[in-house]
Ligand binder design. Structure first.
Ligand code: NAD
Length: 337
């Protein structure tokens, strides 16, 4: 079978991870990435022998000894599909400028508005909906995290209503320009955009979300309260999450007390970049109140939870029909369950 030829546009936090993940797939070939401007990331792409296709001028790259394989137009001619990992709003511009005129399928990220694509996507929730679509939007890190666990809860107990609070990291680890450094910043928009975004994937869920930003770069945290139709027990919920793909249970008893230990855990596992693509739930953080209320706390590694989703979205867009199999293949390549 021919490998799926993939190009990655935008080689930042998400793009560099998607590029590495594509290279791990037996059914995919990374044709190249785009170079926006000279930076250490371009030098790394050169060291990894990943072809770089320049977006604008090449003089700056040449001056700095970065090897360029061609221009973006050259890459577009060689690929079956693009994964656009540019900052929000640019994906939509790129769709009009590059992908539509070249009749190329494309995967977009959660910073884009839902209308950029034919569907929003979390593999274990709605893979079938995305099969054969030209444009798929992998939802944001927070929406991915909520959708994975809420879909499982909905199937097992039925959901009447969800209230969730996102405690968001202030910036990505490399990012020295955003904050807060010393504050807790409420998002003064109710509901926060996360609730409506979950409904682009889990369409019938009744959900209300709030959000605050805090002084950390490692992970987000979600405190989730679900009013269930069937009465849950803590043991049943724990068992459910243990058996949900791309969800990992940790426990305070073993010393995993915070997001800091989760990232250390991922590093000690030998994960690429110390990534934790699974949504992490604390065993001791699961509770039941007033018979029908299920409470749980989960941590989301914002830089990596969407990466397996991008890989499954590529297969779905290219017409691979078996979502369960795609998830298995992707999980195996990441060393996750
Ligand atoms: P980033 O800033 O780390 O990387 C963006 C990349 O795009 C950079 O390589 C930059 O040089 C390049 N770029 C900038 N302008 C461009 C242009 N006009 N054309 C082509 N390339 C251009 O961004 P990111 O954090 O990787 O975010 C990318 C997308 O993924 C956004 O939609 C974001 O909302 C989403 N996302 C980000 C995270 C996260 O935690 N960082 C998590 C989930 C989803």
């Amino acid at each position: 079978m021919d490998k799926i030829k993939v190009g990655v546009v935008g080689y930042g936090t998400i793009g560099k991870r998607v590029a590495d993940a594509v290279m791990l797939q037996e059914d995919m070939e990374l044709i190249g990435i785009t170079g926006h401007r000279y930076s250490y990331r371009m030098l790394i792409a050169n060291e990894k022998n990943i072809p770089i296709y320049a977006l604008d001028g090449v003089e700056d790259f040449i001056k700095n000894n970065v090897h360029i394989a061609g221009r973006i137009e050259d890459m577009l001619k060689k690929v079956d599909i693009i994964v656009d990992c540019t900052p929000k709003k640019i994906g939509k511009e790129n769709k009009e400028k590059y992908y539509k005129p070249n009749k190329l399928k494309a995967i977009f990220q959660g910073g884009e508005k839902p209308d950029v694509a034919d569907c929003s996507f979390v593999a274990q929730c709605n893979y079938d909906e995305a099969v054969g679509k030209d444009y798929i939007r992998v939802v944001s890190c927070n929406t991915t995290g909520l959708s994975r666990t809420l879909d499982a809860v909905n199937k097992k107990f039925g959901i009447k209503e969800v209230h969730a609070t996102m405690i968001r990291r202030g910036a990505d680890t490399w990012d020295i320009y955003h904050g807060p450094i010393n504050a807790i910043v409420p998002v003064l928009e109710l509901p926060s955009h996360h609730g409506p975004d979950v409904k682009t994937v889990l369409k019938d869920i009744n959900i209300f979300t709030t959000a605050i930003s805090v002084s950390t770069t490692l992970m987000h945290m979600h405190n989730v309260i679900v009013e269930c139709q069937k009465e849950p027990t803590v043991e049943e919920a724990l068992d459910l999450f243990k058996n949900t793909s791309r969800v990992r249970i940790v426990d305070n008893a073993s010393g995993v007390r915070s997001t800091a230990q989760i990232i250390e855990f991922a590093r000690d596992l030998g994960r690429n970049r110390g990534d934790m693509p699974e949504i992490v739930i604390w065993k001791e953080g699961i509770g039941v109140a007033n018979h029908h209320k299920l409470l749980y706390m989960q941590a989301v590694h914002q830089e990596s939870d969407v990466i397996p989703e991008n890989i499954d979205a590529i297969r779905a867009a290219m017409g691979f029909k078996d979502g369960k199999k795609s998830i298995e293949m992707t999980n195996k390549s990441f060393g996750i369950e």
